[in-house]
Ligand binder design. Structure first.
Ligand SMILES: C[S@@+](CC[C@H](N)C(=O)[O-])C[C@H]1O[C@@H](n2cnc3c(N)ncnc32)[C@H](O)[C@@H]1O
Length: 148
């Protein structure tokens, strides 16, 4: 194993979790900045060409993990690995953001759902080759169907 270290920190409009949209139909339109530490600057070469990025980050302000979670989009508990709960054995978050522009080590993005100053572990270009019709959405599809 390895000891993870932040490659940077998120500047986000969210100072408190209550302000972050949650539940069915929540839209993540908030803009933020991924501020990458200068020592990793060279690692950003070519990133401007990608419209969307995967951001891996740390839930640095979550409680202890629980193996089941009841998400805001449902009233039933589910296994933590079938949810996006912050309270996971390895508290790692994954968010897809739209890259708006780069200014040196600052990536201006849309779609942040993390708190201000959240540590960033990694960034990768978003590439998906799975057609929408091949995706199954598990319990979430049932919760969505009940809502409509
Ligand atoms: C449901 S999680 C989903 C995060 C990510 N998109 C994922 O799927 O891993 C998003 C919630 O995590 C919480 N959160 C955001 N930043 C956090 C942080 N730095 N530490 C702990 N909890 C955080 C907020 O309550 C936010 O609504």
């Amino acid at each position: 194993m390895f000891t993870p270290r932040p490659i940077g920190f998120v500047t986000s409009p969210y100072k408190d979790t209550v302000a972050i949209p949650k539940g069915l139909g929540a839209r993540h339109e908030a803009e933020g900045v991924l501020r990458i530490l200068p020592e990793f600057d060279l690692g950003l070469a070519g990133i401007e060409g990608f419209s969307h990025l995967f951001v891996l980050w740390v839930f640095d302000r979550s409680g202890p993990f629980e193996l089941t979670a009841t998400p805001p989009s449902d009233n039933q508990p589910h296994g933590v690995f079938a949810t996006r709960s912050p309270r996971r054995p390895n508290p790692i978050g994954l968010t897809v953001v739209e890259l708006l522009r780069r200014e040196k080590g600052s990536l201006y993005v849309r779609g942040v759902d993390m708190l201000d100053q959240t540590p960033i572990l990694d960034i990768k270009p978003y590439l998906s080759s799975i057609p929408a019709e091949s995706l199954r959405r598990g319990w979430l599809a049932e919760a969505e169907a009940l809502k409509h």
